[in-house]
Design a protein around this ligand. Sequence first.
Ligand code: HQG
Length: 187
Amino acid sequence: MKYENKDQELGKFISLILRHNPKTINITLDEYGWANVDELIKGINRVGKYIDFNTLERIVNENNKQRYSFSNNKTKIRANQGHSIKVDIELEEKLPLQYLYHGTAKRFIDSIMYIGIQKQSRLHVHLSADFSTAYSVGKRHGKPIVLKIDSMAMFKEGYKFYISKNMVWLTDFVPAKYIYIEGDKNA
Ligand code: HQG
């Protein structure tokens, strides 16, 4: 396997560990979502996948969505967003753009337009600054559709917005009245 593909596969496994299930390799995260780098490397090797520090560093640097960060001295690592386990990743609260986008599957639209966008199993609802990123997120769930969110109107009414280190916009909940169906114009 080419190392890019191998890195991609390892990256998915690292996301699973750092966002959802560190127990898979029998490690724990601290309250800020950090894993110890040595423990992560040892744990991954223990379950029969090979990784060393150089490979991990390459994955962190070259990951297409910049999903992970090292601490300053590179002894700790965490995911920048996407968690389902309750950790405090010290997100920056930020004034949102006028509009943000959410990509989803067409089959979810009726429910979303009725009860709003919920965070489901993750800690936040994930939003993007642009249509095309949202469109690819939507594709993961089926026939994609993009929703345009009047984030500034939400902000003015007291909703908080955060931006992760890898520039994903996050909020707790999007009520239906702020959502406009933007469509599937890339289809
Ligand atoms: C949907 C990826 C029915 C929601 C991406 C979404 C993102 C509802 C799904 C990150 C609903 C949850 C997160 C409602 C929400 N009725 N369906 N009321 N409210 N939904 O995977 O946003 O590549 O938890 O529309 O880039 O798809 O993994 O969230 O379709 O940033 O790094 O419930 O994951 O990042 O799905 O994706 P998810 P998401 P990575």
